[in-house]
Ligand binder design. Sequence first.
Ligand code: PGA
Length: 243
Amino acid sequence: MKKILAGNWKMFKTRSDVEDFFSHVSNRVAESPVRKIVAASPTLLESAVAHSLETGIEIFSQNCHWETQGAFTGEISPLQLADVGAVGTLIGHSERRQLFQETDESCLKRAFSALNAGLEVIYCVGETIEARKAGQTLQVLEKQLKSVIELKAPREKFILAYEPVWAIGTGLTANSEQIIETHNWIAEILEKNSLNFQILYGGSVKPTNFKEIASLKHVSGGLVGGASLEAESYLQLHDCLMA
Ligand code: PGA
């Protein structure tokens, strides 16, 4: 399986920034064996998709509603995402869970619809600092994974992202030991349930630590926020997966 570099642009960039980004990365990543993804805001999807073919960068949304259409002001449906050429979506990012009250139940509904619509899903799980300090990391993950295991939808296009909440946007990265322990444990749970998803690590991934993180067992790549925004940094992250 190819290693994955997934950028999460969060609520950053305008369309002209997108043009700048793609003009910089275009001929440096087009032919590479790395799987490249960017999750962008709804207003940027169309311009980003227009560059997908020449760069090989697949364009994802950052969220997706469970209904195809309806009175859900401010939401975006799987049908609308597919219509604009997005090929996948993030679900359950910790900012969605913490700031917008997403629950395991709502994340599951979103993932179910996205997968059934043929979109790929990067499903995020991760513990807070309080849970880690209380020694409850595995319990928290177990609860989040339970919904994933129960997901009754086609799961060929399903990727997990382990993102410790305390490491996102904080500059604190989980150390190799913590990543190995958690990814091994997630892989074991998946295996027990006859599942075999790729697992990305996310949380303050940078060009300086990505090579080491991506080489760890059961780490298929990274979901990267801040360091994926600038073209040069995205290229450096990409090159970490080339060696
Ligand atoms: P970060 O964000 O790389 O800026 O920590 C990761 C994410 O939000 O997925």
